[in-house]
Unconditional design. Structure first.
Length: 176
């Protein structure tokens, strides 16, 4: 994109997009380093965190909460289950329905990691004032374009493009 001779509007859009992606990638790398030291990927931690704060849920619902494809979540759950951090239960009436639960070991792990993770996130965001954080959130929501069916479009890394709230953040918290 460097040196791209497109229109002024195209160059501005490209530069802005690159800054957005670089920022998100850099923040994620810094936040996820301690998770990797605990043997967890961002997706694995996202599953554990969602189950801790939201309780047991259907596997497909969990995929939406952590913004990953159902196929990616199946792989993540396989890994977490092998470590004894989650367990899956098939529905008694509909065997296709799989409910995911934290195990006591998984709960202890995420309870041990989450407070420090939240503190790191707060520290990273302190670079922005409260008003700037709210404005950034507002601008990001605007870019998510709720009119598009983005959840159906997987990204190359197993992520999906969000069209709704993510994780355990309530609609109230999104508006602040």
């Amino acid at each position: 994109m460097a040196g791209y001779a497109g229109t002024t509007e195209e160059r501005l859009a490209l530069r802005t997009f690159v800054k957005l992606v670089r920022t998100a990638t850099t923040l994620s790398a810094r936040l996820n380093r301690p998770l990797a030291q605990a043997g967890l990927t961002e997706s694995q931690f996202g599953v554990l965190e969602a189950l801790l704060h939201l309780g047991p849920m259907h596997q497909r619902e969990l995929a939406g909460k952590i913004l990953r494809t159902p196929g990616n979540v199946t792989l993540v759950l396989d890994q977490l289950e092998a470590r004894g951090l989650v367990r899956r239960e098939r529905g008694s009436e509909d065997r296709r329905c799989i409910q995911v639960h934290l195990t006591p070991t998984g709960e202890a792990l995420v309870n041990g990691l989450f407070p420090a993770h939240a503190a790191r996130l707060v520290e990273e965001m302190r670079l922005l004032s409260e008003n700037e954080q709210r404005e950034l959130g507002r601008l990001c929501r605007r870019l998510m374009r709720p009119d598009a069916d983005l959840m159906a479009t997987p990204a190359g890394d197993g992520a999906v493009r969000p069209d709704a709230a993510h994780g355990s953040i309530s609609n109230e918290e999104q508006d602040t």
